[in-house]
Design a protein around this ligand. Structure first.
Ligand code: PMV
Length: 314
């Protein structure tokens, strides 16, 4: 039976998405913006099967999000049962956006396999239904996910202001509270959620203009603020959510020290304990050496900005 394969990179948001609109479609409540990570890759192969089967990193899995995604797709398109085999070359479900690269690779592979005829914007919309951040992994460069359509688009190519991302892995275990669950706690219970909604469009606009003007320092300031606002929502949710560990905090302090010394770097952290230090290329070796001192050589991955999701040899 013929197979089709696609690959996609996870992305990290510089302006975060945390909280959905209270209506169907898996729509973020605020505009958000990200870059993809070239060295981290999900490869997904789909082939026809007697019934749906999902294999993740070689293990058979049942995933309600994937099942829901396929069910929604089949309301619109004739998609026969599929064997889906997906491999990540990085820790899965540990705050490294494996669901973003996962759904971006999956829709890219299914679009070809089942001849759905979707263009990249429409694939982005479908990926968003699986995991909203996945909409952004369909594109390379600086990527925005904004109203009214909530399909991602490229704001600027990577060549406009190339960045590197030094990932410090502080704990490889799967997180105990998923992003979907965590952001719902925050929406319903954090006293700061309404302030987050009010500030979202301005934060997005400030980051877009910093990128437009190639102003790394302005991008650093607004990105760290967006990250810390999101983690403040998490901490003030009921039940409280705390994704950091002591090594995460040590890495944050080290990045702040580097920045105070004039090094062009800032940190961002998603729903997990890993820290991503985003820097101008010339700062990369200093940033990597500093983070290796904290988490160990093996736990640091240096990434460039990645390509868009695309087909590969099965
Ligand atoms: O798309 P989800 O459901 O995996 O949520 C992503 C949430 C964050 O990664 C924490 C922020 C973001 O914008 O990617």
């Amino acid at each position: 039976m013929s197979a089709t394969a696609a690959q996609a990179h996870p992305n990290i948001a510089l302006i975060k998405y945390w909280g959905k609109q209270d209506k169907p479609g898996n729509l973020p409540a605020t505009p958000n913006l990200s870059i993809t990570l070239a060295e981290l890759t999900t490869r997904t192969r789909v082939s026809s099967a007697g019934r749906d089967e999902l294999w993740l990193n070689g293990n058979r899995k049942e995933d309600p999000k994937v099942n829901g995604f396929l069910a929604a797709l089949r309301k619109k398109f004739a998609v026969e049962p599929l064997k889906i085999e997906s491999e990540n070359n990085f820790p899965t479900g540990a705050g490294l956006a494996s669901s973003a690269s996962g759904f971006a690779a999956l829709i890219t592979a299914i679009n070809e396999h089942a001849q759905l005829g979707l263009n990249r914007e429409l694939m982005s919309e479908w990926a968003r239904r699986g995991s909203a951040s996945a909409a952004r992994s369909l594109f390379s460069g600086y990527v925005a996910l904004v109203p009214p359509m909530w399909r991602a688009h490229q704001l600027a190519p990577a060549s406009h202001m190339p960045l590197n991302v030094v990932v410090a892995i502080t704990n490889r275990q799967t997180k105990s509270v998923s992003s979907t669950q965590g952001m719902e706690y925050s929406r319903l219970t954090s006293p700061y959620y309404s302030a987050w909604l009010r500030g979202g469009p301005d934060d997005f606009a400030a980051a877009s203009s910093a990128i437009n003007q190639r102003d790394f320092e302005a991008l650093a300031q607004i990105s760290e603020l967006s990250c810390l606002k999101m983690h403040s929502l998490m901490l003030t949710s009921n039940p409280t959510l705390s994704y950091w560990n002591p090594a995460t905090v040590a890495c944050m302090d080290a990045v702040r020290d580097l920045r105070n010394q004039g090094c062009a770097v800032f940190f961002t952290i998603d729903a997990g304990p890993q820290l991503k230090a985003v820097c101008l290329p010339e700062a990369t070796s200093q940033v990597a050496a500093t983070l290796k001192n904290i988490v160990g050589d093996e736990q640091v991955i240096v990434c460039g900005m990645g390509d868009a999701a695309g087909l590969i040899e099965p």
